[in-house]
Ligand binder design. Structure first.
Ligand code: FAD
Length: 145
């Protein structure tokens, strides 16, 4: 299978709660597994940054569905390219939730001069690296309770 990677940015609908976001990610994880799609979803300051990786048809079809979803708006495609390997292997749709980009300082400031979360100011490959690093951080986090 030829692999493709798609990155987009969007803004959450006004009434969306963190429980809604968690529910989107949980259901997405199950559906993406069946489509052999890997990726990650970052939610920060009411904005989404998502990476989808997989075959060209499943990725396009899923993106078309996501575009029509009223739970977000102003969807902007940032990056779409054929790639040689998955960066999100083993993650069908892992969620990274941060109330503000200050919560993932210094990762964010390494890539952006501005602390307010604005993925449109970042290069697509930088978005991929940032999201992967945040999910890695989550994977290695030690529970505090
Ligand atoms: P259905 O659930 O019947 O969806 C039919 C249509 O209704 C779709 O157009 C869907 O977009 C919309 N829809 C479904 N539930 C709601 C709701 N509660 N409120 C408003 N509209 C709704 N799905 C994935 O499978 N993988 C992903 O990686 C993924 N990422 C997402 C990221 C974001 C930011 C958002 C907002 C949604 C994401 N979704 C994802 C959900 C996706 O949009 C669909 O809801 C889901 O794929 C199921 O769609 P369906 O057509 O199979 O079935």
């Amino acid at each position: 299978m030829q692999l493709y990677r798609l990155v987009y940015y969007s803004e959450a609908a006004e009434n969306l709660t963190i429980q809604d976001v968690k529910s989107i990610a949980e259901k997405a994880s199950i559906k993406n597994a069946s489509l052999l799609i890997s990726g990650g979803l970052l939610y920060c300051e009411g904005k989404f940054l998502q990476v989808l990786e997989g075959g060209i048809r499943p990725v396009n079809k899923l993106f078309d569905t996501i575009l029509q979803d009223k739970r977000h708006k102003n969807v902007n495609l940032i990056y779409f390219s054929r790639v040689s390997k998955r960066e999100f292997e083993g993650w069908n749709m892992s969620l990274a939730f941060f109330p503000t980009s200050r919560d993932f300082f210094p990762e964010y400031i390494k890539y952006s001069g501005d602390l307010s979360f604005d993925p449109l100011s970042l290069d697509g490959e930088v978005c991929v690296e940032l999201l992967r690093r945040l999910l890695e951080r989550k994977k290695h986090a030690v529970p505090t309770t």
